[in-house]
Design a protein around this ligand. Structure first.
Ligand code: AMP
Length: 283
């Protein structure tokens, strides 16, 4: 397994692979790898000749008051996991490799980036799309793997790929959960024992939404009201948002019909967690 931090070196390796007509899969991550990341990595290894995992805690997608400095960076363990999973190249740049002095170019997907998480994290998606566009240019993958856990990110990346004519197939993989339902996240390690227990509320209210919709409720405000009431019973939980939106444009819907995304962000103590589910109704 190769480990490279210089984009120019990575591009050299990629050029040779392209000459040999090897297919390339890319899995962009911020490290602190868990089974969620590994599920994307395994899919890439299965579907491509060569798999690149990028590990980069991208500073520009963190707001000034967010957890950039304390974000976990267990790089040694990440490298062991990548090797075990059959990764061919880990691209692990430093911030200055990606944003050298004088860096000036940004990629923004209008509209979509302002919805859901964009309301409380105004610079987040600009940071994500900028770094992913750069990764697409450096690695030139045939396919790139993202998790449904970050549903809004997946929609935005798909739009960027289409709008900028990247020849990359975007693969969105299902959310991997703990046995008790909590979606795996690198941020779960911030939770103490009580908060870890309280964090189950995210999955529980998504299940609640699914079941009330299944039993015929179509009014999104009513579903959201029930979800809010459930969460407000947990002392350590504070709702950032709960929304039911159109899967494509991420705009709120009043009446559930067809496929909708139920998405939420909840603070558990000082940790902000997100989760979502897609619901379908036929009438
Ligand atoms: P991150 O390192 O948090 O930026 O995540 C890197 C990629 O892994 C993103 O595409 C995430 O959506 C995906 N991912 C994170 N957690 C999970 C999970 N529990 N299940 C599936 N994919 C995930």
């Amino acid at each position: 397994m190769k480990i490279v931090n210089d984009p120019v070196k990575a591009q050299k390796i990629i050029k040779e692979l392209k000459l040999k007509r090897k297919s390339i899969g890319l899995v962009p991550t911020m490290g602190a790898l868990h089974e969620g990341h590994l599920s994307l990595i395994r899919s890439s290894c299965k579907e491509n000749d060569f798999t690149v995992v990028s590990i980069f805690v991208n500073p520009v997608q963190f707001g000034p008051k967010e957890d950039l400095n304390k974000y976990p960076r267990p790089i040694k363990n990440d490298l062991v996991l990548c090797k075990k999973a059959g990764v061919d190249l880990v691209f692990h740049p430093m911030a200055e490799n990606i944003y050298p002095q004088g860096y000036k170019t940004w990629v923004t997907v209008d509209g979509l980036s302002k919805e859901l998480c964009g309301k409380s994290r105004p610079v987040h998606f600009r940071g994500v799309t900028t770094v992913v566009a750069k990764l697409f240019n450096i690695i030139q993958p045939d396919a790139a793997y993202f998790g449904q856990k970050d549903a809004q990110q997946a929609v935005i990346i798909e739009k960027m790929t289409q709008d900028l004519n990247f020849l990359v197939k975007i693969q969105v993989m299902p959310t991997v959960r703990e046995r008790d339902g909590l979606a795996l996240s690198s941020r779960n390690i911030y939770l103490n024992k009580q908060e870890r227990q309280d964090a189950l509320v995210l999955q529980q209210v998504l299940d609640l939404a699914k079941s009330v919709i299944k039993s015929g409720e179509r009014n999104t405000q009513k579903v959201i009201f029930l979800m809010r009431r459930f969460i407000e019973h947990k002392n350590s939980a504070k709702i950032d948002y709960i929304e039911i939106v159109d899967c494509n444009n991420l705009l709120p819907v009043k009446i559930i019909s067809g496929k909708c995304l139920v998405a939420l962000a909840v603070w558990i103590g000082k940790t902000r967690l997100i989760d979502n589910v897609i619901v379908t109704s036929n009438r």
